[in-house]
Each structure stands twice: as structure tokens, then as C-alpha cells.
Write a protein that binds this ligand. Structure first.
Ligand code: ARG
Length: 413
């Protein structure tokens, strides 16, 4: 019996060609797996195409809600980003795809999984790390980075596909490489490969340019429960509706664009352009509530852990004990992060204008400079005296060390 593999299938040219290639070169039968993560494409045609390409079985799953609740929202609660603000849309999708490939492989008695990644991206690492973590016994086949792959151009692939009755692309290929889901869009290649080139307007898909955005600002109100967004403009929405709706509004105001040179896991630097309109607003709003509701020292403690979380997601280590441990920390961190934030969207910016929470640590009677002030001013001198006691000790020792009462350093006579 031929070995079965489960292929992560997008319906694009590469993954379509992989199906007959695995059969002819490796004697493998291919089950395709395609997921809807909110990439905005119909998956029905993908089913037809997989069959025409020779798949023995076609699996399609709507994973949009799971993607948000199990991957994106934990990352939001952890305030995880990489490279100066990349909100990790692509990186968060891959472990879910990897886990689903494992599930389908097990359910169908497949010997392994396959993907169409090249050898120099992060996504191959993320998918394979998920498989290693969840089912180390499964074989991994990656035809496109295999020395036997053999195709030197897209034309050769189209030719190979046409000869086997596989539908070939009719439209001209975009110069850009895209990866899109509900959380955002990653854009690479084409003229973006020169970091000096301004990203052309036609590269963007989820936002208008700030110059073309409406002259009138719009306000959105986002309600959070324990760090997770649950309502938009006073209306409870499910995660998919909320993120999709907020993304449309924010994108229409030019919010969420990012242009970076980032450090890939495989060691190279690459120019990446991102759009994450909903994520950008949710991150700003979540931060505003954290400021209102989380204690000072906990906020300070969390900052390096957020950076760690972002790095480990980027590096493909989602299914790791360190991620689970950090989720424990951030669940506790977000326990009081409930309330509502008002954000103004205007020509590319998302600025918080107001925030409120029943669990705020902010107390107006302590913060106010009016007659309502309840802060104990008489406690301040004693506090400062003890706070600065070590500094006074330092000064008196300076006198013993070099005959100077600390004045030399500050050039005080
Ligand atoms: N550089 C981003 C990341 O590593 C985006 C990758 C885009 N992937 C793609 N298949 N085009 O997360």
C-alpha cells in the first residue's frame, strides 16, 4: 500500500504541483488539508483543484474562531510582538496548521505530513516544530526545498501542471508574496526586496493610505473581559465578527501598517511589510486598560516576558513548556483587565482617548489636585527620607574615601 501524507494545501501553484510530484517521485498518496484562518478566499474552489491535482482525500476546516481564541488572544494578553511591532499574524497561524496536519494524519493513518515551504523561511520551522512537539513519529516531506524538486521557474511548474490536467493560473502573478489571515497580512518580495524602496500602494490589501483616509476621525469603543475583547461599540460580538469588523473600520482609516527589516530565525535579515488594522487598535486599547488596572510592579515585570513571548512565537516554539508557563503568568496578569476603551482612528493613527474599568487601580481621590484630594501629604517627607537613606550613606562614605562629600562628581563647590 502506498504511503499516505497530509499536505498543507493552499491551492496555489506550488502546493498543486506537489501532489503529482509526491506520487511520481516518492510513490506517496496525498491527502490535502486546507484551513480557513480568515484569509478572505473561498475554499470551495480549493476542493475542486485538490481533486483535479490528484489528491486521494480533501480536508477543509474553518479554524477562524479557534485561531483567534487559542492563538491570537493569548498573544494579545501577553502583548507579544516581534521586530518593533509585528503582531505575528503569520507566526500564530502556523502552529495551528501544524497541529491540524497531525490530527488529519492520525485520523487517516498517514505516515507523515508535507508542506510547500522553501528552505529559508520561518514558516517551515513553525510547522515542523508543531509536528515535532505533537507527533515526533511523523515523517516530514518538504518537496520545494528538496534537491530533487527540479523546477527552475514558475513556467516549468505551469507546464508540468498543464500536462497532468491540473488547472493552471490564468491571472498574472502578483509580484508580492502574501500570507493573510484574520489577524493580519504579511507582504514580501517584488520591489520590497530593496529596503530603500517605498512600499508601493498596490502592495497593501487591508488598509488605505493615511493620505487617502477620511478627513473625519472615527471613535471605536472596545470592551475587554480579562484581557480579551468581547464587544465593539457596545455590541457583544463573537471573536471572528469583532476582529473582522474592527479590521474593516481601522483599515478604512489607514491604521495598522508596518515596514521593518526583521531578523529571521534562519539567520538572514529580510524586509517585511505588514498590515494588522484590528490588531493595532486592540493592542493600543489593551495597553490602556493594563495601565489603568494592573499594579506598577507587575506591569514592569511583564515587559521582558512579553518580549520573550513574541520571540518564542516568532521562533516557532508555540507548543513548548515555556509558552504554557507564560500563559499562566499572563492569565493572572489579565485577571483585572476588564473594562472599556475609546480609541480615535484618524489617518493612520489609533489614539486612546478614554478608558474605564470597574477594577481600575486608578483612584481619582488620590490623583486629584482639587480640594477633593485624599492623598496623605504628611506621609511624603518620611517616605522620601527612608527612600533616600542609601544615597545619604553613600555620600558620607564618599567623604571617607577621597575627602570629598560627593560634591566632586557633581562639580559642586
Ligand atoms: N516574515 C513573516 C514571518 O516570518 C511573514 C512570513 C510570510 N510567509 C509567507 N509564506 N509569505 O512571520
Amino acid at each position: 500500500m502506498a504511503k499516505k501524507v497530509v499536505l498543507a494545501y493552499s491551492g496555489g501553484l506550488d502546493t498543486s504541483v506537489i501532489i503529482p510530484w509526491l506520487k511520481e517521485k516518492r510513490g506517496m498518496e496525498v491527502i490535502t488539508f486546507s484551513a480557513d484562518l480568515g484569509q478572505g478566499e473561498e475554499l470551495d474552489p480549493v476542493k475542486e483543484k485538490a481533486k483535479k491535482s490528484g489528491a486521494v482525500k480533501v480536508c477543509i476546516e474553518d479554524l477562524r474562531e479557534r485561531f483567534l481564541t487559542e492563538f491570537v488572544f493569548p498573544a494579545l494578553k501577553a502583548r507579544a510582538a516581534y521586530s518593533n511591532g509585528y503582531l505575528l499574524a503569520t507566526a500564530l497561524g502556523r502552529p495551528l496548521i501544524g497541529a491540524e496536519l497531525v490530527r488529519v494524519a492520525r485520523e487517516n493513518g498517514a505516515a507523515g505530513i508535507a508542506h510547500g515551504c522553501t528552505g529559508k523561511g520561518n514558516d517551515q520551522v513553525r510547522i515542523e516544530a508543531a509536528v515535532r512537539a505533537l507527533a515526533p513519529e511523523l515523517e516530514v516531506v518538504a518537496p520545494v526545498r528538496d534537491p530533487d524538486w527540479g523546477f527552475k521557474s514558475r513556467e516549468e511548474e505551469i507546464d508540468y501542471a498543464a500536462k497532468r490536467g491540473i488547472p493552471v493560473p490564468v491571472t498574472k502573478k502578483s509580484p508580492y508574496s502574501y500570507d493573510r489571515n484574520l489577524w493580519g497580512l504579511s507582504i514580501e518580495c517584488g520591489s520590497l526586496e530593496d529596503p530603500w524602496t517605498t512600499p508601493p500602494e498596490d502592495a497593501y490589501q487591508l488598509s488605505v493610505s493615511p493620505e487617502k483616509a477620511p478627513d473625519k476621525a472615527v471613535r471605536v469603543e472596545i470592551e475587554f473581559e480579562k484581557g480579551v475583547p468581547v464587544a465593539l461599540d457596545g455590541k457583544k460580538l463573537n471573536p471572528v465578527e469583532l476582529v473582522a469588523k474592527l479590521g474593516e473600520i481601522a483599515g478604512a482609516h489607514g491604521v495598522g501598517r508596518l515596514d521593518v527589516v526583521e531578523d529571521r530565525l534562519v539567520g538572514i535579515k529580510s524586509r517585511e511589510v505588514y498590515e494588522a488594522p484590528a490588531g493595532t487598535v486592540l493592542f493600543a486599547a489593551h495597553k490602556a486598560l493594563v495601565e489603568l488596572c494592573v499594579s506598577r510592579d507587575l506591569v514592569h515585570m511583564a515587559a521582558p516576558l512579553s518580549a520573550e513571548y513574541g520571540r518564542l512565537v516568532y521562533y516557532g516554539l508555540w507548543f513548548s513548556p515555556q509558552r504554557e508557563a507564560l500563559d499562566g503568568f499572563f492569565a493572572e496578569f489579565n485577571r483585572p483587565v476588564s473594562g472599556t476603551v475609546r480609541v480615535r482612528l484618524y489617518k493612520g493613527s489609533a489614539v486612546v482617548e478614554g478608558r474605564k474599568s470597574p477594577l481600575a487601580l486608578y483612584e481619582e481621590k488620590l490623583a486629584t489636585y482639587t480640594a477633593a484630594d485624599k492623598f496623605d501629604h504628611t506621609a511624603a517627607p518620611g517616605f522620601i527620607k527612608l527612600w533616600c537613606l542609601p544615597l545619604a550613606a553613600e555620600a558620607s562614605r564618599a567623604a571617607r574615601m577621597d575627602g570629598d562629600r560627593g560634591g566632586k562628581k557633581l562639580k559642586i563647590k
